[in-house]
Design a protein around this ligand. Structure first.
Ligand SMILES: [Zn+2]
Length: 453
């Protein structure tokens, strides 16, 4: 295995390289040993409950967040001044799972983009670092939270380690949130503040939550689970206006939110970069009736998806650590312990995240105002769009698919134009446009709406 330092200096040394060379370097730099060590360290804080001790140097959420920040600071020291690490504090009023209110502290590292036209755009990798046991308000009992969600936090840390020296056009934000188990408090506060301040445009959030154990509840481990992860994305925005809903209905865009395009983008990058884990696109914003930190970014108007392992084991999730004897005499271990996390699987999830971040942070913006021209009834489909602002844009691709297909199955390179005609009926196909640059990066697809010109 090539040492991390050698790969990092290679990354910093000779840019620009082709997209897949950068993605391969980032993936090669990821270490299962470091991911496992992060999970062990986080679990060893005993509990990371949002309302737990903040003063102890060894136990509770305070010690955990100081350790995460120290990791980000050590990584930032390797970033040639591009990365900053900080705490982000919010005072939350009393609520169902914070009866006396709470101080929520997220840990954030920001890796600034190097292209002026793109640095105001940010993509995110997110994991909540808080944990809980069987009782949502138990702030002192053990809650090791290894899979939920030291695993996601380890993905965030490891992506920061391997990307710190890669020059990227856009900004990357590495975010470890608190208060997820108490009602998505840290992520919601962060997303709302970024939207209100217009701090930057968020063009993709990868939320990693429960990503360390591929087999979960299965009694006979299925090799297919070892190479798969679920990717949840919303199909419709949560609170569309009546007019917006009517527009989406009129063109059949129930399956084409920007978050769904991000999920398709993730699947495409996985195929191009031959990642060890293949995304299973799931047509739901989250698991049945459930939610996660990405939902807060969705609510604030940003595209965001959730990664979760194939088979969650509820004996290990939100459970007090204990051993019970089953009626047949066998013993069952309850609790979210590090030994149930698979380091190689977790590292493969980190590799998928890193590959997507390399592409997303270097690709041009997805074209704006992509539209099917409806000035008159005609069979061919005319598409128009606005050019992406980055100076390295080398052209655009029209993509299309059958209305029943989950993925963009057809693409045509149309060069640097901002208009194209396809000899296919808009009644029978969905259309979109993406931008590409000279280094082989492609943007996510912008779905085509409708306009008269
Ligand atoms: Zn979780």
């Amino acid at each position: 295995m090539i040492p991390l330092a050698a790969i990092l200096s290679l990354m910093a040394a000779t840019p620009p390289r082709h997209a897949s060379e950068n993605a391969a370097l980032a993936m090669a730099a990821i270490s299962a040993e470091r991911c496992a060590a992060d999970v062990e360290t986080l679990a060893a804080f005993g509990t990371r409950h949002t309302l737990s001790d903040t003063d102890s140097p060894t136990r509770g959420i305070g010690a955990a967040r100081r350790w995460i920040k120290s990791q980000f600071e050590a990584i930032a020291a390797t970033s040639n001044g591009r990365m900053t690490a900080s705490f982000e504090t919010f005072e939350i009023p009393p609520g169902p799972r914070v009866p006396a209110g709470a101080t929520i502290v997220n840990v954030v590292a920001v890796l600034r983009g190097v292209m002026p036209e793109a640095a105001g755009r940010a993509c995110y990798v997110v994991g909540h670092y808080d944990s809980r046991n069987g009782e949502p308000l138990d702030a002192s009992g053990d809650a090791p939270g290894a899979n939920d969600n030291a695993s996601g936090t380890a993905v965030v840390l490891e992506c920061a380690r391997v990307l710190a020296l890669l020059p990227t056009d856009a900004t990357i934000v590495f975010l470890a949130t608190a208060g997820e188990e108490q009602g998505l408090l840290g992520a919601r506060a962060h997303a709302e503040v970024v939207a209100a301040e217009r701090r930057w445009t968020i063009n993709g959030v990868l939320n990693n939550d429960i990503v360390g154990d591929p087999y979960g509840w299965s009694t006979a481990p299925d090799p297919a689970d070892r190479s798969s992860i679920r990717v949840f994305s919303e199909g419709l925005p949560r609170n569309p206006s009546a007019q917006r809903l009517s527009e989406l209905r009129a063109i059949g865009a129930e399956n084409d939110s920007t978050s769904r395009q991000l999920a398709r983008f993730v699947a495409e990058i996985a195929a191009v970069e031959k990642t060890g884990i293949r995304p299973r696109i799931t047509y739901r914003h989250d698991r049945f009736l459930r939610g996660g930190d990405h939902s807060c970014f969705n609510d604030a108007g940003f595209s965001a998806v959730r990664f979760t392992a194939p088979k969650e084991d509820y004996n290990r999730q939100h459970q007090d650590v204990r051993v019970e004897t089953a009626p047949d005499g066998s013993t069952i271990t309850f609790g979210d312990l590090p030994r149930f996390v698979n380091p190689e699987y977790l590292a493969d999830v980190a590799r998928l995240n890193a590959a997507v971040l390399v592409h997303l942070a270097n690709a041009p913006s997805a074209p704006a105002d992509v539209r099917v021209i409806t000035a008159q009834l005609e069979n061919p489909t005319t598409l128009r769009w606005s050019p992406s602002p980055e100076p390295d844009v080398a052209g655009y691709e029209i993509v299309w698919r059958e209305t029943t297909s989950p993925t963009w199955d057809h693409a045509r390179d149309v060069g640097t134009t901002t208009e194209a005609v396809v000899e296919l009926s808009k009644d029978d196909w969905f259309f979109g446009v993406r931008a590409y640059d000279r280094d082989g990066y492609r943007s996510p697809v912008s779905f085509a709406g409708a306009a008269t010109r």
